[in-house]
Design a protein around this ligand. Structure first.
Ligand code: SF4
Length: 409
């Protein structure tokens, strides 16, 4: 492969490092509620997939001239389903293609059933410092209904093993608003959180996604359609319990102990640049949003040796990367709207001075009418130079976020 990196005018890491998302599209089985770009029974593609991923990482390292990375996030899919050697080879490519910031956060998403002491130690040796465990529930009936492969007992063991192996930053994912989930079941799951005392907790409502088996089961009356009012009450209970345990509710769906916020996800919420590699991964760099092709097979083909031998990549940003599609340029108005939408997810909200530094105009000057309306409705509040959602506003977040699009100034 020959590289022609002349005339590049792409991302320059001004004052912040870049975040890298690495998509792993493999799952042992497909959960019936999941509409992520992940697949079961394609394990035979894993070696060629990992090779293609390495190629994409190297292309981006060249194209962006090895910028400094602040975070790496292995998500999916099920990164823990990939053998440690495979993850190691990807990390090798990352460290040889990018510059690494001191104390770079490396997160790996995992399923409880994949974790044992030796695997966990290997992750630590690779430099993975933050482990995210897809617990979802501590109730076996709920786990079965979600089509998860693990039991509550396995989730507890996985968490304990992670601590024993030496992890000092462990996050767990939980879901509420599930069919047949009662307040009592949810309350018991929250009791278990107290017992485990994790460093970080992500709590998401189940969304019934179009085209999933779960949507079909509900439509056919084979599964109960979750009650949104009950789900809202479950969210309020989670807020109350996490607050009582001393967690910081730093984003609508995320709680952490001090200093354990997800640095990677903060990049998204602060609307800062990130690069996504792998099929279907999204990126936001140099006023440009783009997405990779979704098919893992096509992804492998396009990055395969037959397609890249003797080919000169012009490296026109970003379309010439052979797996990039759906490129959208982000103008100033859109960037401001997205910054509002994402930033209001954070409990600190939007800092007006930071907004002025970035855009040369204050949020009040751009969105004064919209903000005033939500302040009167009790959904937004202005506190210490920041605009943020109120407690009530967090329940109507989507309504607030959408109102910032589009805006003409
Ligand atoms: S394990 Fe996660 S990514 Fe895989 S199918 Fe289930 S919910 Fe989707």
């Amino acid at each position: 492969m020959h590289l022609n990196t002349n005339d590049l005018n792409v991302y320059s890491p001004d004052s912040f490092p870049l975040s890298l998302y690495v998509h792993i599209p493999f799952c042992e089985t497909k959960c019936p509620y999941c509409d992520f770009n992940t697949y079961s029974r394609i394990e035979s593609m894993m070696p060629s997939y990992l090779e293609a991923l390495r190629v994409e990482i190297e292309i981006w390292g060249d194209m962006l001239r090895s910028p400094i990375l602040g975070t790496v996030f292995f998500g999916g899919g099920t990164p823990s389903y990939v053998p440690v050697e495979g993850l190691s080879s990807i990390l090798d490519s990352i460290t040889s293609s990018f510059n690494i910031s001191e104390g770079m956060e490396i997160t790996l998403e995992s399923n409880p059933g994949d974790l044992n002491e030796s695997t966990l130690r290997n992750y630590l040796n690779l430099g993975v410092g933050r482990l995210s465990i897809g617990v979802q529930s501590f109730d076996d009936q709920m786990l079965k209904l979600l089509g998860r492969r693990h039991t509550s007992e396995q989730a507890l063991q996985a968490f304990e093993l992670a601590l024993k192996a030496g992890f000092t930053n462990v996050s767990i994912d939980l879901m509420y608003g599930l069919p047949e989930q009662t307040m009592e079941i949810w309350s018991e799951t929250l009791d278990t959180v107290k017992q485990l005392d994790p460093h970080h907790i992500s709590i998401y409502a189940l969304t019934i996604e179009e085209g999933t088996p779960m949507e079909n089961w509900i439509a056919l009356g084979r599964m109960i359609d979750p009650d949104p009012d009950l789900a809202a009450d479950m969210y309020l209970l989670a807020e109350e319990r996490m607050d009582a345990l001393g967690y910081c509710h730093y984003e609508i769906s995320n709680w952490s102990k001090p200093e354990f916020q997800s640095k990677h996800n903060l990049t998204y919420w602060k609307n800062l640049p990130y690069l996504g590699v792998g099929p279907g991964a999204h990126s936001y760099i140099s006023d440009c949003r783009f997405q990779n092709i979704k098919s893992p097979r096509e992804y492998i083909t396009r990055l395969g040796s037959e397609n890249r031998e003797n080919k000169v990549f012009s490296y026109e940003f970003p379309e010439s990367v052979p797996v990039v599609e759906k490129v959208e340029s982000v103008n100033n108005n859109l960037e401001m709207a997205e910054t509002m939408m994402m930033g209001l997810r954070l409990s600190d909200g939007i800092n007006s001075d930071n907004f002025v530094d970035r855009f040369g105009i204050s949020p009040d000057n751009v969105y004064g009418k919209i903000i005033d309306g939500f302040v009167s409705d009790g959904l937004l509040e202005a506190v210490s130079g920041c605009i943020r959602l109120t407690d009530k506003g967090r329940l109507f977040g989507n309504e607030v976020f959408s109102s910032f699009f589009p805006v003409k100034i």
